[in-house]
Structure formats: C-alpha cells, structure tokens
Design a binder for this molecule. Structure first.
Ligand code: NAD
Ligand code: GLY
Length: 357
C-alpha cells in the first residue's frame, strides 16, 4: 500500500492507495485513532450492492459499529432533499460529534457526505473511500464538498478536508466501463496541466491502464493524488492557482448544463472541454500545434469523445459559459496550455471563448 500526505498543518491527512485497502479499512481507522464504536457509512445503491457486506465485516472486526445510509445512485440525488434525508438518518442512528462519517462511493456520495460532515453538529470527522476513478484521482482529495441547487451545480457547499482517504483500486473492477473511461479524462488533465512524465506514461501505457492493471492503476492514482495535494497545499480555497484544475471544465460544464446532464458523463464533457482548450491555446498562439494534437490524440485513444455535437448551438454554449459560477467581472479565468505540463490563465469573455467553437 502507498501513502501520500496532504500537508495542511494540523489538518494534514493521509491518502492510502493500493489493492486490498478496503479489507484493511478498519485497521487503518484504528491506526488513525478514530474512536471505536458507531460510524456513519454513506453509500449509494450501486456501490452498496457490491461492498456493503465487505465493509460491514472489515469495520466490525476492528471494533466499529457501522450505521449504513443508502442514497439512490445518480447526480440527481446530490441535492438538499437527500441531504435532509441524510441528516435525519444521522440523528436516527444516534451519531455523535466524535462519530466519523465515511463516504463510500463516487464523487456524488463524497460531495454530499462531505457537506453533511462539515455541517452535522458543526462538523464531524470525515473519511473518503472513493470507488470511481474520477473520485480516486480528484473528488476525494482537496476538501471541496457540495450539493446542487436548481439554479446551479455545487452551488451550496463548503471546503472541509477529510481526515483520511482510503483508495482501493480493486473497486474499479466493478465500475461500469464508461464510468472508468470518463475518469481517465481527469487523469489526462493532470498530465496536461502539471506533468509531462505522467502524460508520456499515459501515451505509452494506455492499453495497460484500460486493462485495469492494479500496479499501473496504483501508480497513476498515486501520481494524481500527489499532484493534486501539491496544488491544494498551495491554494486550498482556490483564490488563484487551484483554478488550473479547471482545465477543460469551462466548456465541459457548459456542455453538461446545455444538455441537462443527460448526454455526457462529467469526464466525457471535460474531455471535449480539454480538446477545445488545447485548440484555443493553439489558435491564440500560446502552444504549438503538435502540443494540441498530442492532447487530442490521447483523449481519442482513451475512447473519450473529441467532437462537440453539431446540434449544440454556439449561442447556447456561450450562455452556458456565461452562467458558470466562476465568471467574475464578465470574464472567465480560462485555463490555456503553453506546453504539456505548463499552463497559463487567459481572462476571456464568453463571447471570445465561443468564437473558437
Ligand atoms: P458518481 O458518484 O455518480 O458515480 C458514477 C456511477 O458509478 C454511479 O452510478 C455509482 O453508483 C457507480 N459506482 C461508483 N463506484 C462504483 C463501483 N466501484 N462499482 C460499481 N459502480 C460504482 O460519479 P463520479 O463520476 O464518481 O462523480 C461525479 C461527481 O463528483 C459530480 O457530482 C461532481 O460534481 C463531483 N466532483 C467533485 C469534485 C471535488 O473536488 N469535490 C471533483 C470532481 C467531481
Ligand atoms: N476538482 C477541482 C478542485 O478540486 O479544485
């Protein structure tokens, strides 16, 4: 098992990564001095079906008494209604201020549980056990928690760091293929924005990754967590630098909202956004065509979409970009690339961005 530390002073925490981490979960909690006894475990219907029994056993064997709370799977349940349901269950289950709350699932469960942990009894210890590739390399690290509001995605939330992240790459074996491939988009993102070495590794070993090789998966998830930890350590609350993680997300979010979240998974929309951001960077003379072509080629080889559907009108996408919650003073802090591993922010209006569509 590998361990990466997110260094945030007294709020520092370990990320344990490897095969069989789920089996060691109870022991890892003991090692971190979480008090034995009641622990809230929030999961969704899909993940619960695969892992509830195993997690109950491993936690029970280490002196924990898990109170399972199951939320129906899907982004449409990351909202205030299901947050209220979660609070009710925590009260019913007599969870105390010292009782940890553990998120077992993808980014939806992580974000929802994290916000509940930040607010229930003014904050209870939070543990992330991510089971999608996207959550393992991105959502479970860095403390962004939120629920959606009818007016926008992640509109209600808090920065609240977990006390521990436990990543078992074996859980990816039960993940639907399309979800796994969507997670690769976020992995490619880390290579493009921060690491030419990771990008090259992906170019060379993509087929091994797609075969779910556990050694390569552990290595890649670890690298992504290390890269994200460095960004979060430098700018925990996204005053500036952390925004590089939004590479591909400006158009990605606009595509998701324009299509009512029904056509593309988040990672697929981000893939389209990254292709666009690379091409925009090239068109503005910021990077060479070979750089932008490498980005597009890798995304395509991973099996991710590269062509924005022609039925998505430029006008609607422009409006989608305008309503992004990260727009300030009419300008978007758009993440461009100068090379693989080198980014720069360009402050662009939605109109200037849409011109390149
Ligand atoms: P998700 O949580 O909806 O999971 C995707 C699907 O896979 C669901 O149907 C789920 O039930 C199923 N699933 C999860 N793990 C499984 C497993 N091991 N085996 C079988 N099925 C499994 O989606 P996601 O892509 O993990 O996360 C998307 C969410 O994450 C979005 O809400 C997004 O806003 C959020 N997010 C948050 C951050 C952050 O920093 N907090 C970063 C990126 C994304
Ligand atoms: N997923 C982007 C961030 O954590 O900032």
């Amino acid at each position: 098992m590998d361990t990466v530390t997110v260094n945030l002073g007294t709020r520092s925490y370990p990320i344990h990564i490897g095969s069989g981490v789920l089996t060691a979960l109870g022991q890892l909690l003991n090692q971190q001095n979480f008090p034995a006894g009641r622990i809230g475990v929030v999961t969704d219907t899909h993940v619960g079906k695969h892992y509830r029994e195993h997690v109950t056993h491993t936690l029970g064997a280490s002196g924990f008494d898990p109170v399972f709370i199951e939320i129906p799977a899907g982004e449409e349940h990351k909202n205030l209604t299901w947050l209220a349901f979660l609070y009710d269950k925590l009260v019913e289950g007599r969870l105390e201020r010292t009782s940890p709350l553990l998120a077992l699932g993808g980014g939806v469960i992580g974000d929802l549980t994290g916000f509940a942990a930040a607010t229930f009894q003014r904050g209870v210890p939070f543990i992330q056990v991510p089971t999608t590739l996207l959550a393992q390399v991105d959502a479970s690290v860095g403390g962004k928690t939120a629920v959606n509001h009818p007016a926008g995605k992640n509109l209600i939330g808090a920065f609240y760091q977990p006390r521990m992240v436990a990543i078992d790459v074996e859980t990816l074996k039960t993940l639907p293929r399309r979800e796994f491939v969507a997670g690769i988009a976020e992995v490619i993102k880390y290579g493009v924005i921060l690491s030419p070495e990771l990008f090259l590794l992906l170019e060379e070993e993509l087929s091994v990754l797609l075969d779910l090789n556990p050694f390569l998966l552990t290595c890649i998830v670890k690298t992504c967590c290390q890269l994200k930890a460095l960004v979060v350590e430098e700018d925990e609350t996204e005053r500036d630098y952390r925004a590089i993680l939004n590479f591909g997300h400006t158009l990605g979010h606009a595509i998701e909202s324009t299509t009512d979240y029904e056509c593309f998974l988040h990672g697929e929309a981000v893939a389209l956004g990254m292709v666009f951001a690379a091409r925009l960077s090239q068109l503005r003379g910021l990077c060479r065509s070979t750089t932008s072509e490498r980005v597009c080629r890798l995304i395509k080889q991973a099996g991710l979409p590269v062509d924005i559907p022609t039925n998505l009108a430029e006008e609607r996408l422009r409006k989608g970009i305008e309503t992004d919650k990260k727009v300030a003073g009419g300008k978007v802090k758009f993440v461009c690339i100068e090379d693989i591993g080198k980014t720069r922010f360009e402050f662009l209006s939605a109109k200037e961005i849409a011109e390149h569509l």
